[in-house]
Design a protein around this ligand. Structure first.
Ligand code: GLP
Length: 243
């Protein structure tokens, strides 16, 4: 595990974007595993800047997103599909045929999980997986559980996650209660994992995830077993880790 302490959110975003950009430069048809949430927005901004400067070509890049809320259409500005277009895809030269996100409008969960597993098998292995972390240790939408999930699954969001994500919605009732997420096994199959975290609210969970017992009750703790994990956090998020 490589741990990199950034000065602040911007610095964290700069380092993460540099690592992703290097991946694309070295392998133009890289398969990127992408994440949503507040953590990666700055990273995506930096990637867009690099593209606009002529330094980064997304023409052959393939992407597999981690997760999607159930019940939100792509036009809903809280869907992860919308988020990805708004924060990255619409601003770079990505080929939308190479973009993959679970379909939150598919009501048949078994069918959607099977479809996404097949897409992952066809496009993988993921060369680099960008990850944020929930305050309860979730990665993607893999919530604390009695077991680690292997493949794409349909999850009920915990109250903690609904409350944490409420800030993006007008009211609590608007937060979807279920989601589709890539499984932990699929995340672990990525050749490289880039975990980013910022702010004091992530300090405890970063400590537990990186130095606590490996348990499905803290889904991110499995990352300790990954052979190529890079952690980039700002000083606040890493205050318990780097002491
Ligand atoms: C959501 C996403 C996760 C993300 C987490 C943390 O629940 N499904 O992939 O890592 O939120 O979000 P933030 O970066 O906004 O703290």
């Amino acid at each position: 595990m490589t741990i990199c302490t950034a000065k602040n959110y911007d610095h964290m975003s700069q380092i993460a974007a540099n690592i992703l950009a290097a991946q694309i430069v070295l392998k133009p048809n890289s398969c990127l595993g992408l994440a949503t949430g507040g953590s990666p927005i700055g990273t995506y901004k930096r990637l867009i800047e690099k593209h606009k400067n002529g330094d980064l070509d997304f023409g052959e890049v393939k992407t597999l997103n981690l997760d999607e809320y159930c019940g939100l259409s792509k036009d809903n500005d809280q869907s992860y599909d919308y988020f990805m277009r708004d924060n990255l895809f619409n601003h770079v030269n990505i080929n939308f045929d190479n973009v993959n996100i679970p379909n939150g409008l598919e009501a048949d969960a078994e069918k959607e999980c099977r479809r996404y597993n097949e897409i992952m098998a066809q496009n993988g292995p993921i060369d680099i997986q960008l990850l944020g972390i929930g305050t309860n240790g979730h990665i993607g939408f893999n919530e604390p559980s009695d077991y680690f999930t292997l493949k794409t699954n349909h999850v009920s969001l915990t109250q903690a996650t609904i409350e944490a994500n409420m800030r993006y919605f007008e009211k609590a009732d608007d937060v979807p209660k279920t989601a589709y997420t890539m499984g932990i096994g699929q995340i672990m199959n990525a050749k490289k994992v880039l975990l980013i975290a910022s702010g004091e609210s992530k300090a405890d969970i970063m400590f537990r995830a990186l130095y606590g017992p490996v348990t499905p009750q803290v889904p991110a703790s499995i990352l300790q077993m990954h052979s190529n994990l890079i952690v980039i956090g700002d000083e606040a998020a890493l205050m318990r880790v780097s002491k």
